[in-house]
Design a protein around this ligand. Structure first.
Ligand SMILES: [Zn+2]
Length: 135
């Protein structure tokens, strides 16, 4: 086996080991919600409120929900935040796994193509056929 081929196989084995870790979020069964929990800072609009100067803004815990037809924002209590945050974080982990898998797939496809090139042999072909590049 050529050095190039054994190096490619080693890389492929590494990719295989990566896959287990990469897909871990898909084996979690916690409920998910497409969205984010975040703290928004805002002015209330009252002219004499401490927030009017822009130094001390009001903070509110918010849930942004992603629906198929758009997003919605809901105000949350701290208790509700503790309920929704893990669900939105689990959603993000799963989406991240999907992106990482697409990258993984592209890299593995590249390795397979490189392995294919490294294993191509003209051995046994006629002189005439050897002049033509293989696919
Ligand atoms: Zn205010």
């Amino acid at each position: 086996m050529s050095d190039a081929l054994s190096k490619l196989r080693q890389q492929l084995r590494q990719k295989l080991a990566e896959l287990d870790r990469l897909l871990l979020p898909a084996f979690d069964s916690a409920p998910i919600l497409p969205g984010t929990v975040h703290v928004s800072k805002h002015r209330c609009g009252k002219p004499h409120c401490h927030c009017a100067s822009g130094r001390e803004l009001h903070e509110a815990l918010r849930l942004q929900i992603r629906f198929q037809d758009g997003t919605a924002n809901r105000c949350l209590s701290a208790e509700a935040g503790a309920f929704w945050r893990p669900r939105t974080e689990a959603y993000r982990r799963l989406r991240k796994a999907g992106r990482a898998f697409r990258k993984w797939e592209k890299e593995v496809r590249g390795l397979l193509e490189a392995i294919e090139r490294a294993r191509q042999s003209m051995e046994g072909l006629s002189d005439e056929d050897r002049k033509r590049p293989l696919r």
